[in-house]
Design a protein around this ligand. Structure first.
Ligand code: ACO
Length: 316
């Protein structure tokens, strides 16, 4: 478990933005075309509606430009763009190239594919770049899962949706926000959640559920240990928004009461790489970090990846 050297250059969020798919699709809309019901979907997943439509580049440009505007910085002063996505618009080039050009950035740009853990993977990478001398990094998490969803498969179609969240990370003179982190993957579980190139997501939902709770808890505990904190010190927890039952079960095992947990899955469905920034920065989250708060971000996804980070909000 890596710990952050005490003399490393830190970073903090100075701007953020979000974007959602263009069209709202309710559970009742889905029940018109497949054998399911609003009641079943709410009870088994916590999802009430989701937003569908929009390319990965278009949503990234929308959230990214909002983040740049909030930070009040010249796009040309960004030193790197990290785009977390599992649904790139093209096989080649990376979607980050399209976004870099559209936002007027003049810097290196690359995609990170760690499925629903992607935003936290991207964030840790961005902190690493800042430790190596970058001043400002734009981190975006975007997925257009509707393009890889089989809309006749009730096992997956009820879950997945589209969205994006972006943040500008700027270097600070002090230790910065990141106190502890963990990245994990278990490629031996590849077959329980995958999509062939050009194909749809196939999922063993029960097995994903079973593993998800365990790997989220493991990863969160590693990050908290690296940060030298315990769960009772956390003010805000922002988990990947896949299923309310996964969130409540993981938070229960971590000993975190639900009033500290940001939940947006009822409005957004599972937006993969976008889910954590949507819950952290979007309008639907009920929990907002305040200056000095300790915040845990924790995700899991296909691969089976897991990623977590403990942040001190507003730290210098
Ligand atoms: N509507 C109505 N009934 C349904 C539906 C549906 N959409 N889906 C399944 N059912 C039925 C089943 O046929 C079954 O009926 P039976 O008892 O007569 O056999 C019953 O409901 C229970 O089905 P289960 O599959 O056991 O339902 P479960 O409680 O496991 O919920 C779900 C399914 C929601 C998919 C759950 O397993 C889950 O959320 N898993 C995790 C998925 C996940 O998080 N994936 C994303 C990973 S992140 C990434 O990388 C993209």
């Amino acid at each position: 478990m890596p710990t952050i050297p005490s003399n490393v250059r830190g970073a903090r969020f100075t701007g953020w933005g979000v974007a959602l798919g263009e069209k709202i699709v309710t559970n009742d809309d889905l029940a018109l075309t497949m054998e399911t019901s609003d009641e079943w979907i709410r009870e088994r997943t916590g999802i009430h509606r989701r937003h569908i439509g929009g390319s990965t580049a278009a949503m990234s440009i929308e959230s990214g430009s909002a983040a740049l505007a909030m930070a009040g910085i010249d796009p040309a002063s960004i030193d790197a763009l990290v785009l977390a996505t599992t649904t790139p618009d093209r096989a080649v080039p990376a979607t980050s190239a399209t976004v870099q050009n559209a936002l007027g950035l003049r810097c290196g740009a690359f995609d990170v594919n760690a499925a629903c853990s992607g935003f936290v993977y991207g964030l840790i990478n961005a902190h690493g770049l800042i430790a190596l001398g970058a001043e400002r990094v734009l981190v975006i998490g975007t997925d257009s899962l509707s393009r890889v969803t089989d809309w006749t498969d009730r096992n997956t179609a009820i879950l997945f949706a589209d969205g994006s969240g972006a943040a500008v990370l700027e270097s600070t003179s002090g230790h910065g926000q990141l106190l502890g982190w963990d990245l994990d993957a278990d490629g031996s579980a590849e077959e329980i959640l995958f999509a062939e190139i050009g194909g749809f997501i196939r999922m063993d939902g029960k097995e994903v559920f079973r593993r998800a709770v365990r790997i989220m808890v493991d990863s969160a505990q590693k990050s908290m240990k690296a940060a030298g904190i315990t769960a009772d010190q956390l003010s805000v927890v922002v988990p990947h928004q896949a299923n309310i039952r996964i969130i409540t079960s993981a938070c229960d095992k971590l000993g975190v009461p639900m009033e500290k947990v940001s939940v947006v899955v009822h409005e957004t469905g599972n937006t993969s790489s976008a889910s954590i920034p949507l819950a952290l920065f979007g309008d639907f989250g009920q929990v907002r970090p305040k200056e000095g708060d300790l915040v845990l971000l924790v995700g899991f996804g296909a691969g089976m990846t897991a990623a977590s980070a403990v942040l001190q909000w507003g730290a210098q």
